[in-house]
Design a binder for this molecule. Structure first.
Ligand code: ARG
Length: 462
């Protein structure tokens, strides 16, 4: 395939060079943005009388027919092309002849690739935001259908206190909300139109960058041509945002993996998200969730990849920048896949109510409630903590339950301990006793559930 350069070259580049420098194997994904960007550019060239209107009309017609082929999956990518820009340009040349060569006026592939990547990201961020909302909705639905379920909560993975399952799930929704806000914020920096920066210093031709910006629906034009072809921090910000989303998703995966073990037995994950063992016939393994957890390393690798790629790079355009796309595509694709999996998975989780209820009988879950009972009766926090600690130690040593201690036995620990503490030694009382804003109190959690229902039905504010 003809290159967009070459006349000053006394000989052809070797096949290894061609293979090593080519990016068509991955930047073919930018084809539609490349074409749409070119159509806007051609319109602008004609409007500014830089090329004749009839030539622009031919170019635009040609580009539109290429776009149609692409959308109909009829466009044949040329694996020998240097990149997507050359591939489209060459196809246009074959379609409409020499007039195609006027398209690249006042433009370089350096500003063109910056434009294509920004257009791609604007679309992808939109899709990511929608998927995040769908996942929040899927989690919310699951939380609402199980709004009454209380589970034992853990810190350090040791049994701690009772919480509502819905409260735990709302924590996921909160973190996903921040993930969404981070992407919305990054979008402001993505939504800048770089075309017209040409190679890096701008152009002497009378282009109209504002017009191209409006045609392509960008918020602003970039204001420094060197920065425009040099900047990839808009990509880094998205990758950083995706890396944080991935951390959150891996933690959700880990919770579900733990909860689905025989040892926890809080939930049953649908067979469609599990696999079996080739040797152990009884196994039902949560491989999908494990791969989600594992994929996070890859996504963080994608961020590191581009960070290291950019470090110490001289200003302006360098070919190294071509290598930003495989990690970017990988991170975007992987996070989208994981979001889609979770959206479906949360719709199919079965709660193991009896198994959970049996775990709630462990009275150590109520130690803080007894401490707070004593504080309300005037004891200091330290005194109350000591008393309950001693009581729990004795019960463990003697294999007794606090609820079976007689009034006389209770009095040994504190005069303030009355038989009515037995009323708070259950999961429902424990969550009811919580009062603070943001706590697991059922009324407060119910309020949060309805606040989120409303919030998630509203349009995303960009
Ligand atoms: N394939 C290149 C990239 O992804 C496009 C720009 C190439 N520019 C150049 N002067 N060789 O960055």
């Amino acid at each position: 395939m003809a290159k967009l350069w070459g006349s000053r070259f006394p000989k052809k580049t070797g096949s290894l060079t061609n293979r090593f420098t080519s990016s068509i194997s991955f930047d073919h994904r930018l084809a539609q943005y490349d074409i749409v960007g070119s159509i806007a550019h051609a319109k602008m060239l004609a409007k500014q009388r830089i090329i004749p209107t009839k030539d622009a009309a031919l170019i635009i017609k040609g580009l539109k027919s290429i776009l149609k082929d692409l959308q109909a999956k009829k466009f044949k990518f040329d694996s020998d092309a240097e990149d997507i820009h050359s591939n489209i340009q060459d196809t246009l040349l074959k379609k409409i002849g020499q007039v195609a060569n006027k398209l690249h006026t006042a433009r370089s592939r350096n500003d063109q690739i910056a434009l294509d990547t920004r257009m791609y990201l604007k679309d992808e961020i939109g899709q990511l935001l929608e998927l995040i909302v769908l996942l929040q909705k899927s989690i919310l639905k699951f939380a609402k259908t199980n709004a009454k379920i209380i589970i034992p909560g853990y810190t350090h993975l040791q049994l701690a206190q009772c919480v509502l399952l819905a409260h735990h799930l709302l924590a996921y929704i909160e973190s996903l909300e921040r993930d969404k806000q981070r992407l919305i914020d990054a979008l402001k920096r993505v939504d800048q139109m770089p075309l017209g920066s040409a190679a890096f210093s701008g152009t002497g031709l009378p282009i109209d960058r504002e017009y191209v910006k409006r045609e392509l629906g960008f918020k602003n034009v970039t204001s420094n041509s060197i920065d425009s072809v040099s900047d990839r921090d808009f990509i880094l910000e998205v990758l950083a945002g995706l890396s944080i989303i991935a951390v959150h998703l891996s933690r959700i995966a880990e919770d579900l993996i733990l909860w689905s073990t025989k040892e926890f037995n809080f939930i049953d994950i649908d067979f469609s998200f599990c696999t079996g063992s080739s040797i152990m016939p009884h196994k039902k393994n949560p491989d999908v969730l494990e791969l989600i957890r594992g994929s996070v390393g890859k996504i963080h690798g994608d961020l590191s990849n581009v960070l290291i790629l950019m470090k110490g790079l001289p200003s302006s355009y360098n070919r190294d920048l071509q290598l930003d796309k495989p990690p970017l595509f990988d991170a975007v694709d992987t996070v989208k896949d994981i979001l889609e999996i979770f959206i479906a998975l949360f719709g199919n989780i079965i709660i193991e109510k009896e198994a959970i209820a049996s775990k709630l009988l462990d009275e150590s879950l109520f130690s803080v409630d007894i401490v707070e009972y004593l504080i309300k009766k005037g004891l200091s926090y330290r005194q109350a903590h000591d008393i309950v600690g001693r009581m729990i130690k004795d019960c463990l040593d003697k294999n007794r339950k606090i609820s079976t201690l007689s009034q006389k036995e209770l009095k040994k620990y504190s005069e303030k301990l009355m038989p009515d503490i037995k009323n708070i030694l259950n999961a429902q009382a424990s969550v009811n006793l919580k009062k603070s804003y943001g706590s697991t109190n059922p009324r407060l959690v119910e309020k949060q559930l309805s606040i989120w229902s409303e919030r998630l039905n509203a349009r995303i504010q960009i």
